[in-house]
Design a protein around this ligand. Sequence first.
Ligand SMILES: *[C@@H]1O[C@H](CO)[C@@H](O)[C@H](O)[C@H]1NC(C)=O
Ligand SMILES: *[C@@H]1O[C@H](CO)[C@@H](O)[C@H](O)[C@H]1NC(C)=O
Ligand SMILES: *[C@@H]1O[C@H](CO)[C@@H](O)[C@H](O)[C@H]1NC(C)=O
Ligand SMILES: *[C@@H]1O[C@H](CO)[C@@H](O)[C@H](O)[C@H]1NC(C)=O
Ligand SMILES: *[C@@H]1O[C@H](CO)[C@@H](O)[C@H](O)[C@H]1NC(C)=O
Length: 394
Amino acid sequence: MMAMLFALLAAPAVFAIPVAQTNYGLARNTARQVPDASDIDLDPYPNKPRLTFRPDGTFKITVFSDLHYGENPWDDWGPQQDVNSTRLMNTVLQDEKPDYVVLNGDLITGENTFRENSTSLIDEIVAPLNKYEIPFSSTHGNHDNEPNITHAEEIRRELQVAPLSYTRAAPAWANGEGYGPGTYWVPVYTRARDRTPSLILWFFDSRGGFSEGANSTALPDWVDASVADWIHLTVSKMDAAWGSADKVARGSLVFVHIPPHAVQALQPGLNSTQDPGLNADVLGEGSTQATSDPTNNGKDQPFWDAVNAEIKNLHGVISGHDHGNEWCKRETTKNVIFCFDKHSGYGGYSSIGWGHGVRNVVFRSPNPSIGPETWIRMEDGSTHAQIVMDDSYN
Ligand SMILES: *[C@@H]1O[C@H](CO)[C@@H](O)[C@H](O)[C@H]1NC(C)=O
Ligand SMILES: *[C@@H]1O[C@H](CO)[C@@H](O)[C@H](O)[C@H]1NC(C)=O
Ligand SMILES: *[C@@H]1O[C@H](CO)[C@@H](O)[C@H](O)[C@H]1NC(C)=O
Ligand SMILES: *[C@@H]1O[C@H](CO)[C@@H](O)[C@H](O)[C@H]1NC(C)=O
Ligand SMILES: *[C@@H]1O[C@H](CO)[C@@H](O)[C@H](O)[C@H]1NC(C)=O
């Protein structure tokens, strides 16, 4: 898989062609447009440290979202924003000492960056993670696909400069015509020598933004339907090798940059006591998957149905994208908890009083019947909007 990933990413030219390019320069891939279970590797990180729960049974994830590095490099305020964002990352990492970090999309404001050095911003973003030696991985957002940058280029650079990156690329048949490669999963084990993981972190690429090059066009802003096949084949393979998740103790948590379309309908029913957190962004066109063009509504349904039907013991789904929202709420038709991130970057749109911070998710046990606690931590150390992601919530 890693060899294939590098082969895939080593040929950036193919990503300039948005459709009907199914080969991606991989010799053993010429006839492949159909889902193929042999592309799914149940030991995807043979050369990286295994992620494990702490001896006391806890596992802490800190989510940085919407960092938006690289705005107006020709002005003072753009680079100063990035200095501030790096300061925030250093402060939070020192204080929180997470076991894992997620960068949940919009790492870079790609519409402001230059062809020749866009990916150098990745070096800046991962520097605090390298410094504190924290394993992490990324999803990518609509601002990470622009004429001068693509998700695939960001992934390739991250893997070059961050030894503890667990980001991977999906097989070619599930990468959204090359513009949604960041779909993968990361296993977490109770003990390093366990045969099977007790927690799966799932990452999905919701695409969006624009294709690269001079004749750039708008890209679909939803997880491609082919990812539903990938979920099905992946879960089937895990179940066959490890036992089904509801029989053995295996939990799951999902990260995707743009919230699923179904999240839009949750906002009118928010109860600020039960569903605490900033609620300042009205979810209109473009704020959830496949709503940029209202006729596209529901294009993420195959993905959303597969997530909820196939992934067992799912603690919740976590997204960024809408900087003024922090709340969680249970989606009752699928019976799944959804949470927004906290806008972390000094780049990207903001408003007075929103501030900057992170979402923490702390598993208290590898047992999937014990839900994690989650809350917002601000840069100044204050915390709010804590909930427990379990059956008692809502
Ligand atoms: C950077 O952070 C400082 C301190 O919080 C703040 O006063 C300043 O406005 C920020 N600058 C930018 C460009 O975000
Ligand atoms: C892309 O990068 C090129 C080369 O640096 C620059 O001339 C161009 O303005 C950039 N395009 C956009 C859309 O920012
Ligand atoms: C990228 O190149 C542009 C134009 O040459 C320059 O203004 C900018 O500072 C560079 N950015 C980085 C992050 O190196
Ligand atoms: C962009 O489109 C124009 C007009 O269709 C065409 O002449 C040009 O070759 C295209 N450029 C690239 C880089 O594909
Ligand atoms: C909001 O939640 C609180 C706490 O559960 C509850 O007491 C209250 O009745 C709810 N408000 C509405 C309008 O449902």
